[in-house]
Ligand binder design. Structure first.
Ligand SMILES: *[C@@H]1O[C@H](CO)[C@@H](O)[C@H](O)[C@H]1NC(C)=O
Ligand SMILES: *[C@@H]1O[C@H](CO)[C@@H](O)[C@H](O)[C@H]1NC(C)=O
Ligand SMILES: *[C@@H]1O[C@H](CO)[C@@H](O)[C@H](O)[C@H]1NC(C)=O
Length: 319
């Protein structure tokens, strides 16, 4: 859709430029020169986690720190653990800084996601960041996925390697969700955009959702298709979450108008903070950042898996 014939030469040029930059982008110490993108995460205030979230499961494995500005979620042999946001949101900007468990982590899943499976068990929506553990602790895999309107028969997974060691420090994982598109960002660099157009509109998440932060045992599938289950010799597995941002339209009930706010300063309004120009479409700079991330770090896309889909889902054929 995006690559109109007129633009071809322009894209080739940009492609060559990107290629050249990438060639020397990796310095000797293994660090990358990152694309320059707007820091959307700077626009929102940080939530107090122990006020903005409730226990979803495993309360004894949830430990708030620094007066609620961060939380450690533990998976051990007894239990995983998870938080669910007090509020439900109908569109917004959702972001957390996350540090993943170090060391051996096969089978472990850490997730930062939105869902409304509790409200809409038969036609639920989901927007997922899932981190899949690895026997080499540095090599966690980031999986993104969306489900819309209960259509869980098609998983729209994409998987990425990360350009840093996610167990060493906190990195920001963010979701833009509005009526135009869903964007997944890592340290403010877009890695995936799902637009609300064409055949996607029928399965586009557009009902209120809660925000979740969880850690759990995904032995059956998370690592190498389930070949590497969790090894509790290495417990506890501890994931840390902080710099939590959840800003958008809070949904009160089916008959009320969502109450929207931004920055925690203005009072409630009905203006969605993610309907502004920074949010309704990606800038040229962000698109280049996304190309960088996808060309270099994407290792799986459901759209490129004919073994799984002899007939590819229709949105894959649009491109
Ligand atoms: C990054 O982009 C911004 C906005 O386009 C620009 O003002 C700034 O100079 C850029 N920084 C670098 C290091 O290129
Ligand atoms: C901790 O948070 C509470 C509630 O937000 C606040 O009233 C209190 O002053 C904070 N304490 C410290 C030491 O920051
Ligand atoms: C798991 O953690 C909980 C809470 O910290 C603790 O009570 C329990 O003993 C731990 N279980 C194991 C198997 O270590």
């Amino acid at each position: 859709m995006k690559k109109m014939p007129l633009m071809k030469e322009h894209f080739m040029l940009v492609g060559i430029l990107i290629f050249c930059t990438i060639e020397d982008a990796r310095s000797l110490d293994g660090h990358y020169t990152l694309p320059n993108v707007t820091h959307l995460t700077d626009l929102f205030h940080h939530q107090t986690l122990n006020q903005a979230f409730l226990t979803s499961f495993g309360s004894s494995n949830i430990h708030f720190g620094n007066n609620g500005s961060n939380v450690q979620l533990t998976l051990n042999k007894t239990s995983g653990s998870g938080l669910i946001s007090l509020n439900k949101y109908n569109y917004g900007f959702f972001s957390s800084a996350i540090k993943l468990p170090p060391g051996y982590s096969s089978g472990v899943v850490v997730a930062f996601y939105m869902s409304n499976a509790d409200l809409f068990p038969h036609n639920h929506d989901e927007i997922d960041f899932e981190f899949l553990g690895h026997e080499n602790g540095k090599q966690w895999i980031l999986q993104t996925n969306i489900y819309g309107n209960g259509k869980t028969n098609i998983g729209r997974e994409e998987k990425f390697r990360l350009w840093f060691d996610p167990t060493e420090e906190f990195h920001q994982y963010s979701i833009i969700w509005n009526s135009h598109h869903i964007v997944f960002l890592v340290d403010n660099i877009p890695v995936r955009e799902v637009e609300n157009i064409g055949v996607m509109s029928a399965v586009y998440p557009s009902k209120p959702m809660s925000v979740y932060a969880t850690i759990w045992d995904g032995s059956e599938w998370a690592t190498n298709g389930g070949k590497n289950p969790v090894n509790y010799k290495y417990e506890p597995f501890v994931a840390s979450f902080g710099e939590m941002e959840m800003e958008g339209c809070v949904w009160i009930s089916a008959r009320s108008v969502p109450s929207c706010s931004k920055g925690g300063q203005e009072g409630p309004s009905t203006v969605d903070p993610v309907e502004g120009e920074d949010f309704v479409k990606l800038s040229q700079q962000q698109k280049m950042g996304m190309d960088w991330a996808r060309n270099k770090f994407m290792i799986y896309s459901y759209c490129k898996d004919p073994g799984r889909f002899p007939v590819l889902p229709p949105e894959c054929r649009m491109r």
